[in-house]
Design a protein around this ligand. Structure first.
Ligand SMILES: Cc1cc2nc3c(=O)[nH]c(=O)nc-3n(C[C@H](O)[C@H](O)[C@H](O)COP(=O)(O)O)c2cc1C
Length: 208
């Protein structure tokens, strides 16, 4: 198994997934990695919904696709590539995003990361569930499984959460579509540290 740094640095979003089933033991290992993550006060208000039922995935995909067709797709094409990413790579990513949109429900397993609302849900609420989400993304990578952290269904939050059957007082924060990847893992592309890390004073280069 690659070491942790290699796993992190080659954990690009894997949007093209095979429909082949994923053994439950691997999903359990991913969930265990998720629940090892830090969370506020260790209250563990997180809940994880494993979805294999095709009908449920299809019902959510409708909203995921609608958000792409109406908002995300056009915005993406009108935007400049992000820092550290060439135009060509950006367009390739758009194709992959579009592919995942069409095939979202075909990923054999989804893990939906949810959380019970606390007494006063606020903007920091996600901070108690996203560390678990990222642990699961890395665990999937370590096990040779592909996934992508997705939140786009939240553009149609009410409709998607109704399709997921979430009870009152519980909200979804991310959907991880998981499966064996068609392509190869590869390096993530980001701006160099020199452009984004400062030392002591904002804008002054980090000397490390
Ligand atoms: C908060 C968040 C939401 C995201 N939502 C989606 C999504 O709905 N669909 C998708 O295809 N990718 C989604 N992504 C993946 C990002 O697009 C991806 O991480 C980014 O473009 C960098 O690409 P890389 O992961 O391949 O390095 C999301 C990532 C984050 C952190």
């Amino acid at each position: 198994m690659p070491d942790l740094f290699e796993i992190m640095q080659t954990c690009r979003s894997m949007r093209r997934l095979k429909p082949d089933p994923v053994p439950d033991e691997l999903i359990t290992r991913i969930l265990e990695a998720g629940t090892s993550a830090p969370n506020g006060g260790n209250f563990q208000r997180w809940r994880f919904l494993v979805i294999k039922d095709r009908k449920i995935k299809e019902a959510v995909q409708v909203w995921y696709k609608r958000a792409f067709d109406e908002t995300v797709g056009p915005r993406y094409l009108a935007s400049e590539p992000p820092p550290g990413v060439s135009k060509e790579r950006y367009l390739r990513q758009h194709e992959a995003v579009s592919y995942l949109t069409e095939h979202f429900h075909e990923a054999p397993v989804w893990i939906v990361a949810c959380q019970e609302d606390g007494v006063a849900p606020n903007r920091a609420s996600g901070a108690s569930v996203y560390p678990a989400v990222q642990n699961m993304v890395l665990a999937a990578r370590a096990l040779g499984l592909g996934t992508t952290l997705t939140t786009r269904h939240l553009l149609y939050e009410k409709e998607a959460e109704a399709a997921l059957g979430l009870p009152r007082g519980v909200h979804s924060y991310a959907i991880l579509p998981i499966g064996y990847p068609m392509g190869k893992f590869g390096p993530t592309k980001r701006a160099p540290l020199a452009e984004i890390v400062y030392q002591d004073r904002w804008g002054e280069p980090y000397a490390g």
